[in-house]
Design a protein around this ligand. Structure first.
Ligand SMILES: [Zn+2]
Ligand SMILES: [Zn+2]
Length: 349
Protein backbone atom coordinates (compact mmCIF):
# COMPACT_ATOMS: atom_id res chain seq x y z
CA UNK A 1 0.00 0.00 0.00
CA UNK A 2 1.03 3.59 -0.51
CA UNK A 3 1.62 6.17 2.21
CA UNK A 4 -0.94 8.62 0.79
CA UNK A 5 -3.47 8.48 3.62
CA UNK A 6 -5.68 5.61 4.67
CA UNK A 7 -5.92 3.07 1.89
CA UNK A 8 -9.25 1.44 1.34
CA UNK A 9 -10.06 -1.35 -1.02
CA UNK A 10 -13.56 -2.67 -1.04
CA UNK A 11 -16.09 -4.06 -3.45
CA UNK A 12 -19.61 -2.72 -3.07
CA UNK A 13 -22.55 -4.37 -4.81
CA UNK A 14 -24.70 -2.15 -7.04
CA UNK A 15 -28.11 -3.80 -6.66
CA UNK A 16 -29.76 -1.91 -9.54
CA UNK A 17 -27.02 -2.52 -12.10
CA UNK A 18 -26.11 -5.90 -10.61
CA UNK A 19 -22.38 -5.31 -10.69
CA UNK A 20 -19.55 -4.62 -8.28
CA UNK A 21 -18.11 -1.16 -7.75
CA UNK A 22 -14.52 -1.14 -6.54
CA UNK A 23 -13.81 1.55 -3.95
CA UNK A 24 -10.13 2.47 -3.81
CA UNK A 25 -10.33 5.64 -1.81
CA UNK A 26 -6.68 6.41 -1.18
CA UNK A 27 -6.15 6.90 -4.90
CA UNK A 28 -7.83 10.29 -4.61
CA UNK A 29 -4.62 11.66 -3.11
CA UNK A 30 -2.56 11.07 -6.22
CA UNK A 31 -1.05 14.29 -7.54
CA UNK A 32 -2.52 15.23 -10.89
CA UNK A 33 -0.54 16.66 -13.77
CA UNK A 34 -2.91 15.95 -16.63
CA UNK A 35 -5.64 17.77 -18.47
CA UNK A 36 -8.13 20.02 -16.68
CA UNK A 37 -11.58 21.02 -17.81
CA UNK A 38 -12.00 24.75 -18.36
CA UNK A 39 -14.50 26.66 -16.25
CA UNK A 40 -16.38 29.61 -17.71
CA UNK A 41 -16.86 32.32 -15.14
CA UNK A 42 -18.66 35.01 -17.11
CA UNK A 43 -22.42 34.99 -17.42
CA UNK A 44 -23.88 34.94 -20.95
CA UNK A 45 -26.67 37.38 -21.85
CA UNK A 46 -30.32 36.39 -21.23
CA UNK A 47 -31.00 36.36 -24.97
CA UNK A 48 -28.58 35.26 -27.68
CA UNK A 49 -29.38 36.01 -31.32
CA UNK A 50 -27.92 32.87 -32.86
CA UNK A 51 -29.11 30.43 -30.18
CA UNK A 52 -31.41 27.76 -31.60
CA UNK A 53 -33.32 27.58 -28.32
CA UNK A 54 -33.95 31.23 -27.46
CA UNK A 55 -37.54 32.49 -27.95
CA UNK A 56 -38.36 33.83 -31.42
CA UNK A 57 -35.20 32.41 -33.03
CA UNK A 58 -35.06 30.21 -36.11
CA UNK A 59 -33.80 26.67 -35.59
CA UNK A 60 -31.52 24.52 -37.77
CA UNK A 61 -34.50 22.84 -39.42
CA UNK A 62 -36.02 26.22 -40.34
CA UNK A 63 -38.84 26.27 -37.77
CA UNK A 64 -39.22 29.34 -35.60
CA UNK A 65 -39.45 29.15 -31.80
CA UNK A 66 -42.49 30.90 -30.31
CA UNK A 67 -42.09 33.67 -27.73
CA UNK A 68 -42.36 31.11 -24.96
CA UNK A 69 -42.41 32.09 -21.29
CA UNK A 70 -41.96 28.84 -19.43
CA UNK A 71 -41.09 25.28 -20.54
CA UNK A 72 -41.01 24.76 -24.32
CA UNK A 73 -40.89 21.32 -26.01
CA UNK A 74 -40.21 20.66 -29.68
CA UNK A 75 -39.14 17.80 -31.94
CA UNK A 76 -35.35 17.62 -32.30
CA UNK A 77 -34.13 18.97 -35.63
CA UNK A 78 -31.18 16.59 -35.56
CA UNK A 79 -32.54 13.49 -33.87
CA UNK A 80 -30.43 10.47 -32.98
CA UNK A 81 -33.57 8.44 -33.38
CA UNK A 82 -36.30 9.31 -35.84
CA UNK A 83 -39.77 8.15 -36.82
CA UNK A 84 -38.67 7.42 -40.39
CA UNK A 85 -35.90 4.92 -39.70
CA UNK A 86 -35.90 2.12 -42.32
CA UNK A 87 -38.12 -0.79 -41.29
CA UNK A 88 -36.65 -3.40 -43.60
CA UNK A 89 -32.95 -3.87 -42.97
CA UNK A 90 -30.48 -6.06 -44.77
CA UNK A 91 -29.84 -9.21 -42.77
CA UNK A 92 -26.83 -8.96 -40.47
CA UNK A 93 -23.86 -11.11 -41.47
CA UNK A 94 -22.93 -14.31 -39.67
CA UNK A 95 -23.59 -14.48 -35.97
CA UNK A 96 -24.76 -10.84 -35.81
CA UNK A 97 -28.29 -9.56 -35.31
CA UNK A 98 -29.93 -6.28 -36.14
CA UNK A 99 -33.28 -4.61 -35.67
CA UNK A 100 -34.80 -1.27 -36.71
CA UNK A 101 -34.15 1.57 -34.27
CA UNK A 102 -37.00 4.04 -34.35
CA UNK A 103 -38.18 6.73 -32.05
CA UNK A 104 -39.10 10.31 -31.39
CA UNK A 105 -36.50 12.77 -30.15
CA UNK A 106 -37.53 16.00 -28.47
CA UNK A 107 -35.83 18.95 -26.87
CA UNK A 108 -37.17 20.47 -23.66
CA UNK A 109 -36.15 24.08 -23.03
CA UNK A 110 -36.44 24.75 -19.30
CA UNK A 111 -36.65 28.53 -19.51
CA UNK A 112 -36.75 31.32 -22.08
CA UNK A 113 -33.66 32.75 -20.38
CA UNK A 114 -30.44 31.73 -22.08
CA UNK A 115 -28.19 32.38 -19.10
CA UNK A 116 -29.73 30.40 -16.26
CA UNK A 117 -29.38 26.74 -15.37
CA UNK A 118 -31.78 24.26 -13.83
CA UNK A 119 -30.08 24.88 -10.47
CA UNK A 120 -30.98 28.56 -10.69
CA UNK A 121 -34.65 28.12 -11.51
CA UNK A 122 -36.90 28.50 -8.50
CA UNK A 123 -38.79 25.55 -7.09
CA UNK A 124 -42.05 26.44 -8.83
CA UNK A 125 -40.25 26.60 -12.18
CA UNK A 126 -38.65 23.21 -11.54
CA UNK A 127 -42.08 21.92 -10.63
CA UNK A 128 -43.39 23.21 -13.96
CA UNK A 129 -40.61 21.27 -15.66
CA UNK A 130 -41.57 18.10 -13.75
CA UNK A 131 -45.16 18.58 -14.92
CA UNK A 132 -43.94 18.94 -18.51
CA UNK A 133 -41.80 15.82 -18.20
CA UNK A 134 -44.81 13.95 -16.79
CA UNK A 135 -47.01 15.13 -19.67
CA UNK A 136 -44.38 14.05 -22.21
CA UNK A 137 -43.95 10.66 -20.59
CA UNK A 138 -47.72 10.02 -20.58
CA UNK A 139 -48.20 11.20 -24.16
CA UNK A 140 -45.27 9.26 -25.62
CA UNK A 141 -45.89 6.14 -23.51
CA UNK A 142 -49.39 5.91 -24.99
CA UNK A 143 -47.96 5.26 -28.45
CA UNK A 144 -47.93 1.51 -29.14
CA UNK A 145 -44.55 1.60 -30.89
CA UNK A 146 -42.85 3.30 -27.94
CA UNK A 147 -41.34 0.87 -25.42
CA UNK A 148 -39.42 3.37 -23.38
CA UNK A 149 -39.17 7.11 -22.73
CA UNK A 150 -35.71 8.30 -21.74
CA UNK A 151 -35.68 11.83 -20.33
CA UNK A 152 -32.27 13.31 -19.63
CA UNK A 153 -30.11 16.40 -19.46
CA UNK A 154 -26.48 16.60 -20.49
CA UNK A 155 -25.04 19.68 -18.84
CA UNK A 156 -21.67 21.24 -19.48
CA UNK A 157 -19.04 21.27 -22.18
CA UNK A 158 -17.23 18.32 -20.61
CA UNK A 159 -20.23 16.14 -21.41
CA UNK A 160 -20.43 17.52 -24.93
CA UNK A 161 -22.98 20.31 -24.66
CA UNK A 162 -21.96 23.41 -26.56
CA UNK A 163 -25.18 25.41 -26.14
CA UNK A 164 -25.61 26.57 -22.53
CA UNK A 165 -29.30 27.43 -22.99
CA UNK A 166 -30.94 25.32 -20.26
CA UNK A 167 -32.45 22.29 -21.92
CA UNK A 168 -32.80 18.54 -21.79
CA UNK A 169 -33.82 15.84 -24.22
CA UNK A 170 -36.32 13.04 -24.62
CA UNK A 171 -35.84 9.82 -26.58
CA UNK A 172 -39.02 7.78 -26.98
CA UNK A 173 -37.83 4.57 -28.59
CA UNK A 174 -38.92 1.16 -29.82
CA UNK A 175 -36.29 -0.35 -27.53
CA UNK A 176 -35.52 -0.13 -23.81
CA UNK A 177 -32.15 1.33 -22.88
CA UNK A 178 -29.83 -1.19 -21.28
CA UNK A 179 -29.54 0.35 -17.80
CA UNK A 180 -33.30 0.62 -17.44
CA UNK A 181 -33.71 -2.95 -18.65
CA UNK A 182 -31.17 -4.17 -16.09
CA UNK A 183 -32.88 -2.21 -13.31
CA UNK A 184 -36.30 -3.52 -14.37
CA UNK A 185 -35.09 -7.13 -14.32
CA UNK A 186 -33.36 -6.70 -10.93
CA UNK A 187 -36.45 -4.97 -9.48
CA UNK A 188 -38.80 -7.65 -10.82
CA UNK A 189 -36.71 -10.46 -9.40
CA UNK A 190 -36.41 -8.76 -6.01
CA UNK A 191 -40.16 -8.21 -5.91
CA UNK A 192 -40.84 -11.83 -6.79
CA UNK A 193 -38.37 -13.20 -4.24
CA UNK A 194 -39.01 -10.87 -1.30
CA UNK A 195 -42.37 -9.23 -1.98
CA UNK A 196 -40.67 -5.87 -1.57
CA UNK A 197 -39.59 -3.09 -3.90
CA UNK A 198 -35.81 -3.16 -4.38
CA UNK A 199 -35.49 0.62 -4.36
CA UNK A 200 -37.49 0.79 -1.10
CA UNK A 201 -34.92 -1.55 0.43
CA UNK A 202 -32.18 0.76 -0.87
CA UNK A 203 -33.90 3.80 0.67
CA UNK A 204 -34.37 1.91 3.95
CA UNK A 205 -30.69 0.96 4.04
CA UNK A 206 -29.64 4.54 3.31
CA UNK A 207 -31.94 6.01 5.95
CA UNK A 208 -30.88 3.44 8.57
CA UNK A 209 -27.20 4.15 7.93
CA UNK A 210 -27.80 7.87 7.49
CA UNK A 211 -24.28 8.87 6.45
CA UNK A 212 -25.10 9.26 2.76
CA UNK A 213 -28.57 10.82 3.05
CA UNK A 214 -28.32 14.42 1.87
CA UNK A 215 -31.81 15.72 2.46
CA UNK A 216 -35.36 14.52 3.07
CA UNK A 217 -38.65 16.35 2.95
CA UNK A 218 -42.30 15.27 3.17
CA UNK A 219 -42.19 12.75 0.34
CA UNK A 220 -38.80 12.97 -1.38
CA UNK A 221 -35.25 11.95 -0.55
CA UNK A 222 -31.78 12.72 -1.92
CA UNK A 223 -28.84 10.44 -1.26
CA UNK A 224 -25.40 9.59 -2.52
CA UNK A 225 -25.67 5.82 -2.70
CA UNK A 226 -23.43 3.30 -0.96
CA UNK A 227 -22.56 1.91 -4.39
CA UNK A 228 -21.87 5.23 -6.18
CA UNK A 229 -19.65 4.84 -9.24
CA UNK A 230 -18.89 8.56 -9.58
CA UNK A 231 -17.61 10.77 -6.74
CA UNK A 232 -20.72 12.97 -6.61
CA UNK A 233 -23.30 10.60 -8.08
CA UNK A 234 -26.66 11.27 -6.38
CA UNK A 235 -30.20 9.93 -6.53
CA UNK A 236 -33.36 12.00 -6.11
CA UNK A 237 -36.52 9.99 -5.54
CA UNK A 238 -40.03 9.97 -4.13
CA UNK A 239 -40.36 7.97 -0.90
CA UNK A 240 -43.46 6.17 -2.17
CA UNK A 241 -43.06 3.78 -5.07
CA UNK A 242 -44.17 5.07 -8.45
CA UNK A 243 -43.09 3.38 -11.66
CA UNK A 244 -42.90 6.79 -13.32
CA UNK A 245 -43.86 10.43 -12.89
CA UNK A 246 -47.28 9.55 -14.31
CA UNK A 247 -48.82 8.42 -11.00
CA UNK A 248 -47.19 10.98 -8.71
CA UNK A 249 -49.48 13.46 -6.97
CA UNK A 250 -49.04 17.20 -7.30
CA UNK A 251 -47.83 17.38 -3.70
CA UNK A 252 -45.20 14.74 -4.41
CA UNK A 253 -44.03 16.67 -7.47
CA UNK A 254 -43.63 19.77 -5.33
CA UNK A 255 -41.46 17.86 -2.84
CA UNK A 256 -39.46 16.30 -5.66
CA UNK A 257 -38.80 19.76 -7.15
CA UNK A 258 -37.59 20.95 -3.74
CA UNK A 259 -35.30 17.94 -3.41
CA UNK A 260 -33.86 18.33 -6.91
CA UNK A 261 -33.25 22.03 -6.35
CA UNK A 262 -31.49 21.21 -3.07
CA UNK A 263 -29.04 18.95 -4.85
CA UNK A 264 -28.34 21.11 -7.90
CA UNK A 265 -27.60 24.17 -5.75
CA UNK A 266 -25.08 22.15 -3.72
CA UNK A 267 -23.48 20.86 -6.89
CA UNK A 268 -22.88 24.40 -8.13
CA UNK A 269 -21.78 25.61 -4.70
CA UNK A 270 -19.25 22.81 -4.33
CA UNK A 271 -16.59 24.54 -6.40
CA UNK A 272 -18.51 27.75 -7.20
CA UNK A 273 -18.88 26.75 -10.82
CA UNK A 274 -21.72 25.57 -13.01
CA UNK A 275 -21.42 21.87 -12.23
CA UNK A 276 -21.54 19.53 -15.23
CA UNK A 277 -23.59 16.35 -15.02
CA UNK A 278 -25.68 13.81 -16.83
CA UNK A 279 -29.12 13.77 -15.24
CA UNK A 280 -31.43 10.90 -16.18
CA UNK A 281 -34.97 10.01 -15.19
CA UNK A 282 -35.19 6.28 -14.60
CA UNK A 283 -38.82 5.45 -15.32
CA UNK A 284 -40.38 2.09 -16.08
CA UNK A 285 -40.51 0.98 -19.71
CA UNK A 286 -43.81 1.67 -21.43
CA UNK A 287 -44.38 -1.75 -22.98
CA UNK A 288 -46.77 -4.29 -21.48
CA UNK A 289 -44.31 -5.59 -18.86
CA UNK A 290 -44.94 -5.99 -15.14
CA UNK A 291 -43.25 -3.07 -13.40
CA UNK A 292 -44.83 -3.23 -9.92
CA UNK A 293 -41.38 -3.45 -8.38
CA UNK A 294 -39.95 -0.51 -10.37
CA UNK A 295 -39.39 2.69 -8.41
CA UNK A 296 -38.95 5.91 -10.39
CA UNK A 297 -35.87 7.94 -9.49
CA UNK A 298 -33.60 10.60 -10.94
CA UNK A 299 -29.89 9.78 -11.22
CA UNK A 300 -27.26 12.50 -11.47
CA UNK A 301 -23.82 11.56 -12.72
CA UNK A 302 -21.31 14.41 -12.51
CA UNK A 303 -18.13 13.53 -14.42
CA UNK A 304 -15.82 15.65 -12.25
CA UNK A 305 -14.10 14.28 -9.15
CA UNK A 306 -12.07 17.39 -8.34
CA UNK A 307 -12.40 20.98 -9.59
CA UNK A 308 -11.88 20.85 -13.34
CA UNK A 309 -10.71 17.26 -13.11
CA UNK A 310 -12.62 14.62 -15.04
CA UNK A 311 -13.15 11.06 -13.94
CA UNK A 312 -11.70 9.20 -16.88
CA UNK A 313 -13.16 5.91 -17.88
CA UNK A 314 -10.09 3.81 -18.45
CA UNK A 315 -8.73 0.31 -17.93
CA UNK A 316 -11.02 -0.87 -15.10
CA UNK A 317 -14.18 0.71 -16.55
CA UNK A 318 -13.73 0.44 -20.32
CA UNK A 319 -11.39 -2.53 -20.39
CA UNK A 320 -12.61 -4.45 -17.36
CA UNK A 321 -16.24 -3.37 -17.16
CA UNK A 322 -16.35 -2.39 -13.47
CA UNK A 323 -16.14 1.08 -12.02
CA UNK A 324 -13.24 1.93 -9.81
CA UNK A 325 -14.18 4.75 -7.48
CA UNK A 326 -11.41 6.96 -6.13
CA UNK A 327 -13.56 8.40 -3.40
CA UNK A 328 -15.55 7.24 -0.40
CA UNK A 329 -19.30 7.88 -0.78
CA UNK A 330 -19.58 8.71 2.95
CA UNK A 331 -16.93 11.44 2.64
CA UNK A 332 -18.45 12.93 -0.52
CA UNK A 333 -21.95 12.95 1.01
CA UNK A 334 -20.67 14.86 4.04
CA UNK A 335 -18.99 17.34 1.71
CA UNK A 336 -22.24 18.06 -0.15
CA UNK A 337 -24.31 18.25 3.04
CA UNK A 338 -22.04 20.94 4.50
CA UNK A 339 -22.54 23.37 1.59
CA UNK A 340 -24.66 26.54 1.78
CA UNK A 341 -28.31 26.47 0.71
CA UNK A 342 -28.16 29.64 -1.38
CA UNK A 343 -26.79 29.40 -4.91
CA UNK A 344 -23.41 31.09 -5.11
CA UNK A 345 -24.41 33.29 -8.04
CA UNK A 346 -27.55 34.47 -6.19
CA UNK A 347 -25.55 35.10 -3.03
CA UNK A 348 -23.24 37.59 -4.72
CA UNK A 349 -23.98 41.28 -4.06
ZN1 LIG B 1 -30.67 30.56 -25.89
ZN1 LIG C 1 -31.62 3.96 -11.83
Amino acid sequence: MTNSGVAMWEQRWHPLREEWVIVAAHRNDRPWHGERAAATATRAPAYVEDCYFCPGNRRVGGACNPQYHSVFVFDNDHPCVGPDAPQSLAAAPGIYRNSPATGIARVVCYSPLHNVTLAELDESEIRTLLLAWREQYIELAARPEVRHVLIFENKGEVVGVSNPHPHGQIYATNFVFKTIETEAIASRRHYAEHGRVLFQDIIRSEVTDGRRVLTENGSAIVFLPYFARYAYECYVAPRETHASLATMSDAELTDLATALKWLLVRYDNLWQMSFPYVLTLHQAPTDEGDYRGFHFHIECHPPLRKPHLLKYLAGPEVGGGNFLSDTLPEVKAAELRALPAVHYRAARP
